[in-house]
Write a protein that binds this ligand. Structure first.
Ligand SMILES: Cc1cc2nc3c(=O)[nH]c(=O)nc-3n(C[C@H](O)[C@H](O)[C@H](O)COP(=O)(O)OP(=O)(O)OC[C@H]3O[C@@H](n4cnc5c(N)ncnc54)[C@H](O)[C@@H]3O)c2cc1C
Ligand code: SF4
Length: 505
């Protein structure tokens, strides 16, 4: 039997993404006071030169299951990363603050919108969030602005968190120019400079009742990207006063579910939401620049009125091909027109409903159960019609959308209501994916309605905290990373106050 090495820390943070990276930075002050803080991250730490922008190579290196993680019934792909910096390595960096109406609807006792705004502003400043200069706005974004305004929609520009963006449009494969300001570039390096330890290739398998973690540190597979783990490969028992779970909206509920925790948490894994998304394309007569410039500069927010958001986007041929509805002649014709495609990403604002949840299989691996409600399918149909209107108003000859048949010509633009209906969005027939994974350890008042309180303290287990997207009790209805950082900042504040007290445990 292999030997298990023991290590002791004051605080262990599991995961290094938007939540974990933030907590690491905000707890660096404790290290100055002589406390020991470590981040355990399952994914690898890539060197700057390893971000090549190659689609298949980077997807395999950065994404969980190479980007192919599916819901239990196979009807939706869930995209999330596993790396130093978590999903902030692959996010686009659009930086919005939580809407007031959503935080009010969450009605978490002790959580108010003004506090989230103040904390989000702190991280927006830290990450260099600003509106992009005109030279980085490409044709795809200009057409969206032009078409959206002609279609009578309110088009807004995304603030983004880039420094020295060169418009390579590769954000979702990890920025090869180190421009995007994820936790891998800002918060984690700061934390490490202050003495917080970060161990990569370190997977937390289980949390024990005695606050000890079973950790497996893996060796670097031959030929794989990323450096070796900071600890020698092997099994570790890590003991801590406080354990912070920031393994993401799938990783954290799964980890807690496979750990035998001495508390009754009936809501654990429940209320999973994800803004199910579709790529819609419009074919123009001329080539459109979309593979240069920043890919996501504008959006239309119809969440409050119609339950959807439209964003500009750029996807590579492989992802575009697998995302378009149908197959055969119309699919092939659309893909041949790739350089002339206008692209729009449609996100539906789904709701936490019973049954949509994260569970674990017998081996402790995460399984996500998700069913599309009639309301979500209606939102997808409404959003598709709006996206088609934008494309036609911008001059597209035809659009390729979930409809039967999927090609709609410009001459049919006034028949969109009849041509696109919720019945066309049959789960399994339409390629739906999601990258805003939320819920599973929602905040609330008690264990009957939630997993944690408004400060990420797990009900009944005050030494156990959650600090990631799993805290959301319901969908956020906008891009989530700044809100995750704001919530993680609250969690860190609570821990600082507690750990500075004399140790008597
Ligand atoms: C392609 C893409 C584009 C996006 N674009 C945007 C955007 O423009 N704007 C925006 O606001 N949001 C965007 N998002 C969403 C945003 O990136 C995420 O919501 C956010 O990063 C989630 O933060 P988190 O801390 O919950 O989890 P993550 O950032 O996913 O971090 C979780 C980390 O925990 C690690 N982990 C998991 N299990 C374990 C374990 N057992 N032991 C050790 N480590 C573990 C994982 O390896 C991972 O690194 C995007 C997401 C994707 C995938
Ligand atoms: S568009 Fe800008 S932020 Fe995105 S990958 Fe290229 S240089 Fe990086």
């Amino acid at each position: 039997m292999s030997e298990t090495t023991e290590r002791r820390y004051d605080v262990v943070i599991i995961g290094s993404g938007a939540g974990g990276g933030t907590v690491a930075q905000e707890l660096a002050a404790l290290v100055r006071d002589g406390r020991r803080v470590v981040v355990l991250e399952k994914g690898p730490r890539l060197g700057d030169h390893e971000f090549t922008g190659q689609e298949l190579e980077m997807a395999a290196a950065l994404y969980a299951d190479a980007g192919g993680f599916l819901t239990a019934d196979g009807t939706m792909t869930l995209a999330f990363a596993s790396a130093y910096g978590g999903s902030t390595v692959v996010y686009t960096g659009t930086s919005l603050t939580a809407p007031e109406r959503v935080i009010r609807r969450w009605s978490v006792p002790g959580l108010d919108h003004a506090d989230i705004v103040t904390r989000s502003e702190k991280f927006a400043a830290q990450n260099g969030v600003h509106l992009l200069e005109d030279s980085l706005i490409n044709d795809n974004n200009r057409l969206f602005v032009e078409g959206g305004r002609k279609a009578g929609l309110r088009v807004e520009q995304f603030p983004v968190n880039v420094r020295g963006c060169r418009g390579s449009s590769l954000c979702n494969l990890g920025c090869p120019n180190q421009a995007k300001q994820g936790t891998n570039r800002v918060q984690l390096p700061r934390a490490e400079r202050e003495g917080v330890e970060v161990v990569t290739r370190a997977e937390v398998v289980r949390i024990g009742v005695d606050r000890s973690l079973l950790v497996r540190v893996a060796g670097r597979p031959p030929g794989a990207k990323g450096g070796p783990a900071e600890w020698p490969p092997g099994e570790y028992r890590v003991r801590a006063r406080i354990v912070v779970c920031a393994a993401g909206a799938i990783g954290t509920p799964a980890l807690l579910l496979r750990s035998a925790l001495p508390a009754r948490l009936p809501r654990l894994g429940q209320a999973f939401t994800c803004h199910p998304a579709l790529i819609l394309v419009g074919e123009h007569a001329r080539d459109i620049t979309n593979d240069v410039g920043h890919p996501k500069s504008y959006f239309v927010d119809r969440a409050a009125e119609d339950g959807f958001v439209l964003e500009t986007c750029m996807y590579f041929p492989f992802v575009t091909a697998k995302s378009l509805t149908g197959f055969g002649a119309s699919h092939s014709a659309t893909m041949r027109a790739f350089p002339r495609l206008q692209m729009i990403l449609l996100l539906a604002c789904d709701r936490a409903v019973p049954g949509n949840r994260v569970a674990v299989d017998r081996a402790g691996r995460p399984v996500v159960y998700y069913r599309f409600t009639p309301e979500t399918l209606e939102a997808l149909a409404r959003g598709t019609r709006a996206a088609a209107r934008i494309c036609f108003a911008a001059g597209a000859r035809r659009v390729h959308v979930p409809a039967d048949p999927p090609l709609i010509e410009a001459g049919e633009a006034d028949r969109l209501d009849a041509r696109v209906a919720a019945r066309h969005f049959l789960p399994g027939r339409v390629s739906i994916s999601a990258a805003h994974l939320m819920g599973g350890c929602g905040m609330g008042g008690s264990a009957a309605d939630s997993v944690t309180d408004a400060w990420g303290r797990v009900h009944g287990l005050p030494w156990l905290r959650v600090a990631d997207a799993s805290l959301f009790p319901d969908a956020l209805e906008i891009n989530p990373y700044l809100t995750i950082m704001a919530l993680a900042d609250r969690v860190a504040e609570g821990i600082r106050a507690e750990v500075r007290e004399p140790v008597n445990a």
